[in-house]
Design a protein around this ligand. Structure first.
Ligand SMILES: Nc1ncnc2[nH]cnc12
Ligand SMILES: [Zn+2]
Length: 340
C-alpha cells in the first residue's frame, strides 16, 4: 500500500515550535518505567511493557491520574529525573521544538519521601544540557496538586524557597472537579508576591466558572486546556479581548473522554473566535503522541488549513514566556519558512 503524505504534514513537522503544556512525569514511557523500576528495585503491577500500554484505557481524568501517580513511583534519584527529562528533550528535538515550558509536580515525589531538591535538580540539569546541546530553550513550572490541601501547597512553597531562582512559575493541576481555583487563592497570592507568574489547569473537565476563577482569583496568565470556555460566550469574549492563551491538548482530551471524537474537538472554533489557542501534548507517554503527532492528528481530523496550522504555531510562540526579541526571531523564522 502506498501512503501519500498530506502536503501540510510536511509543514507541521518542519516548522519551529514551542510546547507550553507538558507534564514531565507524563513523558515516562513504559520502557523507561520498567528500566527505572529495575534500577531502583521498585515492583510494578504489570508483567511487561505491553501490559502497561494495555492498561492505558481511560474514561476520565481521575482514571488516568491514578495510573500516572503510580507510574511516577519508579522515579527516585536525581539521575532518574535527568534521564526522564533528557528522553523528552530528544523527542522534542525530533519534533522541531525550539522552546519548551514544562510542568513538574513536586508533591508527587515529596509525599514518597523524595527530597524536594532531587526532582528539581535532575530536571533542571537536563533542561540546561538540552539548551546547550540541542538548542532547546526552556522554562520550568512547579505545579501544585489541587486534590491536596492549601496547607500542603504552602508547605511545598516553603520547601521551594531556597530554589526560587530555578523555578520560572507556578501551575495548578491534578483532579479538577471539586477542587476549584478559589481553594488556592491565598497560595497563588503569595506566589505572586514572590514574583512567580502563574498558570492553571481550568476548563478541562471543570466548568467555565473555574476559568473565571483562575483568571480573577489566581491571576493565571494562561489557561491550561480551557476547552470548556465555549460554554460561556462572555468568557470567550474576554479571553479573546485579553488574548489569554489556552494551552489545548487534543489527544489528551480524546484519551480522557473530554471529547468522544477528535473531529468534534472545538480547536477550530477557538481559533475562529480569535482566541490564542495552540496545541500541546500534556502527557504524551499516556495519550499516544508527542507534539507533532497531536498536530498531525488535528490536521487530519479537523481538516485544518495552512492558515490555521500556522496560527496555532504562531500562537504558541506568542503565548510563551520567551522575551519579545526571541519571539520576534521565531515569528520571522516561521514567515521565512512559509515563504520558502
Ligand atoms: N491533563 C491533566 N489534567 C490535570 N492534571 C494533570 N496532571 C497531569 N496531566 C494532567
Ligand atoms: Zn495538563
Amino acid at each position: 500500500m502506498i501512503v501519500t503524505q498530506h502536503p501540510l504534514d510536511l509543514l507541521i513537522t518542519r516548522l519551529p515550535k514551542t510546547e507550553l503544556h507538558l507534564h514531565i512525569e507524563g513523558s515516562l514511557e513504559p520502557e523507561m518505567m520498567f528500566a527505572l523500576a529495575q534500577r531502583n528495585g521498585v515492583a510494578l503491577p504489570y508483567a511487561d511493557v505491553a501490559a502497561v500500554r494495555a492498561a492505558y484505557q481511560f474514561d476520565s481524568l481521575q482514571s488516568f491520574l491514578d495510573l500516572y501517580y503510580a507510574g511516577a513511583s519508579v522515579l527516585i534519584t536525581e539521575q532518574d529525573f535527568y534521564d526522564l527529562t533528557w528522553a523528552y528533550l530528544e523527542r522534542a528535538k525530533a519534533d522541531n521544538i525550539v522552546h519548551t515550558e514544562i510542568f513538574y509536580d513536586p508533591q508527587t515525589h515529596t509525599a514518597r519521601g523524595i527530597d524536594f531538591a532531587v526532582p528539581l535538580t535532575g530536571i533542571r540539569r537536563a533542561l540546561s544540557d538540552g539548551e546547550a546541546k540541542l538548542g532547546i530553550s526552556f522554562k520550568l513550572i512547579m505545579c501544585f496538586l489541587r486534590h491536596l490541601s492549601e496547607e500542603d501547597g504552602f508547605a511545598t512553597l516553603e520547601l521551594a524557597m531556597p530554589y526560587l531562582a530555578q523555578i520560572d512559575g507556578v501551575g495548578l493541576d491534578s483532579s479538577e472537579l471539586g477542587h476549584p481555583p478559589s481553594k488556592f487563592e491565598r497560595l497563588f497570592a503569595r506566589c505572586a508576591e514572590l514574583g512567580l507568574p502563574a498558570v492553571a489547569h481550568a476548563g478541562e473537565e471543570g466548568p467555565a466558572s473555574y476559568i473565571w476563577e483562575a483568571l480573577d482569583l489566581l491571576k493565571s496568565r494562561r489557561i491550561d486546556h480551557g476547552v470548556r470556555c465555549t460554554e460561556d460566550a462572555t468568557l470567550v469574549a474576554r479571553l479573546a479581548a485579553e488574548q489569554i492563551p489556552l494551552t489545548v491538548c487534543p489527544l489528551s482530551n480524546l484519551k480522557l473522554c473530554v471529547v468522544n471524537d477528535l473531529a468534534q474537538h472545538n480547536l477550530r472554533e477557538l481559533l475562529a473566535a480569535g482566541l490564542c489557542a495552540m496545541v500541546n501534548s500534556d502527557d504524551p507517554a499516556y495519550f499516544g503522541g508527542y507534539l507533532n503527532t497531536n498536530l498531525l492528528a488535528c490536521r487530519a481530523a479537523l481538516d485544518l488549513s495552512q492558515a490555521e496550522i500556522v496560527q496555532l504555531i504562531r500562537n504558541s510562540f506568542a503565548a510563551s514566556w520567551l522575551s519579545a526579541e526571541q519571539k520576534a526571531h521565531w515569528q520571522a523564522q516561521i514567515s521565512q519558512q512559509i515563504a520558502g
